[in-house]
Design a protein around this ligand. Structure first.
Ligand SMILES: [Zn+2]
Length: 323
């Protein structure tokens, strides 16, 4: 048992309930908004859409949503806090940096051995977000997020991962990843973080559900990590029918304790705006598990106990801090 930081302050982990562990409230591009605005971005429309969507999720039985939007994806906790204050579900904030290759110029100049020689500001950022609150508070981050994609662990991505490993050691907060399952790079993430002292049990290899390679997925779990079957509804990558087939195969093999379910959806994303989502990815929404996938799992014979483990108990274990 322990306390988990949310947008409304610490919550007893036993009260987290069914949890969507990898979602985005808003994905934005602040610099583009200033210079090349998106006609689909309307602050109040976005807020109302998130409030309505999250209130509906509560009606569907969801009690906690983890917003893994970190800097690099337009994190704005003041905006999300406006939403959090109006919805019955808990929202959890994340820290980390989202880049698949390079960091912004600031980080090229500030850091050990750089022009402005000082300890890595990424470490201050991550630890500060978790211990003191994001941008001066009061919202504290409850999870660390790192990413590697097709470029693998570039020097700047390595810097983010090193800083996350140090912040994990100082805070005990779990590390979740964006992986690129097509190149099976969850293994590389796992090995890299483990070398830096992170127990594989405290790592979620995100987006693993994009893969249908059971040997790869079992290997990640046999090494101790939890895998994110976290893109239900993202049928432009892989159909839900195939995602469900992979999930039930892994349940048959006994991996219920090491899988978490989510959508990686958003109420607004500048990258894939609402109009595109409506026409090309209509099921990529945060209610797809509740309304469609979980009923299908039950019909396929998956027990309520197994669903509770994946939706409630596994997220709770991972969101509880290890110290
Ligand atoms: Zn994501």
């Amino acid at each position: 048992m322990g306390l988990v930081e949310t947008f409304r302050g610490p919550v007893d982990s036993l009260l987290l309930g069914p949890t969507l562990i990898h979602e985005h409230i808003f994905v934005r591009s602040p610099e583009l908004e200033v210079n090349f605005p998106d006609s689909e971005w309307d602050r109040s429309v976005a807020v109302e859409s998130a409030v309505a969507g999250l209130t509906d999720l509560h009606d569907q039985g969801i009690r906690t949503v983890v917003d893994v939007t970190v800097p690099g994806l337009g994190r704005d906790v003041q905006l999300v806090k406006e939403v959090a204050e109006r919805v019955p579900v808990n929202l959890v904030a994340a820290t980390g940096w989202y880049t698949s290759n390079v960091l912004p110029p600031y980080f090229q100049v500030h850091g050990p051995g750089r022009i402005i020689d000082r300890p890595d500001p990424l470490i201050d950022l991550f630890v500060g977000d978790i211990h003191h609150g994001i941008a001066g508070g009061p919202v504290r981050a409850g999870i660390l997020k790192v990413m590697t994609d097709v470029d693998g662990i570039t020097p700047d991505v390595a810097r983010v991962m090193n800083a996350a490993a140090i912040a994990h050691e100082e805070t005990g907060v779990t590390i979740t990843t964006h992986s690129h399952p097509a190149s099976r790079n969850g293994r590389e993430q796992q090995a890299y973080l483990k070398e830096r002292g992170v127990a594989p049990e405290r790592i979620i290899i995100g987006h693993s559900g994009d893969s249908e390679d059971l040997d790869y997925l079992c290997q990640l779990m046999d090494n101790g990590s939890t895998i994110g079957m976290d893109r239900f509804g993202m049928e432009h990558v892989l159909s839900d029918e195939r995602r469900v087939r992979t999930l039930t195969s892994l349940l048959d093999r006994g991996y219920v304790g090491q899988m978490v379910l989510s959508h990686d959806a958003a109420f607004y994303s500048h990258v894939t705006p609402p109009s595109w989502r409506a026409s090309s990815a209509p099921r990529w929404r945060m209610d797809t598990l509740s309304r469609s996938v979980i009923p299908k799992l039950r019909a396929a014979g998956v027990s309520s106990e197994d669903i509770t483990r994946m939706m409630t108990e596994n997220p709770r274990r991972l969101l509880e801090t290890a110290k």
